[in-house]
Design a protein around this ligand. Structure first.
Ligand code: EPU
Length: 421
């Protein structure tokens, strides 16, 4: 297993191109299942989760071609409408094939994902939404068996559905399913994340009729079929936020390219409170930091509030900021696994329920630590960049799932990171 060896305390300087968003790319790749025509995508990031999605789609019969940095997906003939546990276990986003398969082919068997490192993460809202659209759903031997064969023309029926909890992939699954349903579907309390909007924009280019994207009521008028389209994946706001937090901690000056300020509002507001200077330009952001930070308290919540996917990185930042901060995680019940590892590096963190209380210290010290999930790993990397001495991070396969060329990008800015195979 690969590990990273990081020597800390190099200030970061230079320019960096932010990649396409993982959490937009995954549903959009899967949206190719909704049409027999070709979907052409650009800015698909090179990530392990993207490879896993492509391998799932290939297994199902989708033809995938690469040309000049673009990915072409054609789902003319689907041979497998059954997604086994091994594939959903590897990547929970695989549950997103359920809506498209059911809407286009009238049947699907997808394994229930089960829990994961950051929480129990049920998919009950995905299932209830499809049931509200009149699908017949049985759970047998850990599989969701869904069918519309009993419905007129085997088509899902549009409906009004209120989602009890704001769910990103739940909204995406139902939005894709409703695109090919009979009649109008109204999703209430829908997710407003930019990645959900990006999927909706791509579906509209494919001929879907979706309104209300970016609001909590999304209306989808079903159409008979979708067609070919091309789409450029939105930038990864969490990747951008991670590099902003890293620069804030190490000090330095970095220009991030291929980013839009408006999608980073909550993150930039909190970073600005720490004392760093951030300037926005048309498609870029510049950050300047002298490494002297003030502690900031944070509460995670669905977009446009502060994203849970940046919680661990801001925790790392607070460990060396002046003052005491509180970080409350409201989305996932077990997303504090980085705390133990940061403590190994000298951080002072006390957990009370879903709140972590962090007492900022002058510096962290290098140590041997273990990556536990994607964003926890990112927090350990940025903590190591600011720490005194050498840090070894084990189990970094989590990082490869969601950060494109992480160590190359950081080394390009002056960091000292080596990957040991
Ligand atoms: N939930 C339910 N029932 C459901 C669906 C969700 O109770 O049917 C709960 C979850 O357990 C959680 C909350 O609702 O407590 C929100 O979960 P959500 O469904 O929004 O999460 P997700 O769609 O599974 C996506 C991202 C995550 C990100 C969350 C929250 C993708 C592929 N994943 O997950 O990304 O943390 O939204 O913004 O889009 C990451 O990139 O590191 C990551 C974990």
């Amino acid at each position: 297993m690969d590990k990273l060896i990081i020597h800390g305390q190099n200030a970061l300087h230079g320019e960096l191109e932010i990649s396409g968003a993982k959490n937009a790319a995954l549903p959009i790749l899967i949206a190719s299942l909704l049409t027999e025509d070709t979907l052409l995508l650009t800015h698909v990031p090179h990530l392990q989760d993207v490879n896993t999605t492509k391998s799932l789609l290939t297994y199902m019969g989708v033809d995938i071609q690469f040309e000049n940095d673009s990915t072409q997906l054609t789902a003319k003939k689907i041979i497998n409408k059954n997604v086994p546990y091994e594939r959903v276990k590897t990547m929970r986003a695989s549950i997103l094939v359920l809506g498209p398969l059911l809407a286009r082919f009238g049947e699907a068997q997808v394994s229930l994902p089960g829990g994961c490192a950051i929480g129990s993460r049920p998919v009950d809202i995905h299932i209830k939404g499809l049931q509200a659209m009149s699908a017949k759903i049985d759970i047998h031997n850990g599989y969701i068996e869904a069918s519309t064969k009993h419905l007129p023309k085997s088509k899902l029926q549009g409906c009004k559905f209120y989602m009890d909890i704001v769910t990103v992939t739940g909204t995406e699954n139902l939005m894709m399913a409703a695109s090919l349903a009979e009649g109008i579907t109204v999703l209430e309390n829908a997710a407003k994340e930019p990645e959900v909007v990006d999927l909706g924009k791509c579906l509209n280019k494919m001929g879907a009729k979706i309104k209300g994207l970016g609001t909590d009521v999304i209306t989808i008028e079903g159409v008979d079929s979708l067609h070919k389209a091309s789409h450029d994946i939105i930038f990864d706001r969490i990747e951008a936020g991670t590099y902003l937090a890293a620069t804030a901690m190490t000090g330095g000056e970095v220009l991030l390219k291929n980013v839009q300020f408006k999608y980073l509002d909550a993150i930039i507001q909190k970073l600005t409170e720490t004392g760093v200077k951030i300037e926005s330009h048309k498609n870029s952001i510049r950050i300047r930091s002298d490494g002297k930070l003030k502690a900031v308290s944070i509460r995670t919540a669905p977009y446009p509030a502060f994203p849970t996917d940046m919680q661990a990185q801001m925790m790392a930042l607070n460990t060396i900021a002046e003052g005491i901060s509180e970080i409350t995680e409201t989305i996932f019940e077990n997303r504090f696994m980085h705390v133990q590892e940061l403590t190994r590096m000298g951080a002072e963190i006390d957990i009370r329920g879903n709140t972590a209380i962090i007492k900022g210290k002058e510096y962290l010290e290098g140590a041997s630590v273990m990556a536990t999930d994607l964003r926890a790993s990112a927090s350990l990397v940025i903590a190591s960049l600011a720490a005194r001495g050498q840090t070894t991070i084990e189990r970094i396969y989590h990082l490869d799932r969601g950060y494109e060329k992480l160590e190359d990008k950081l080394n390009q800015l002056g960091a000292d990171i080596k990957r040991i195979h």
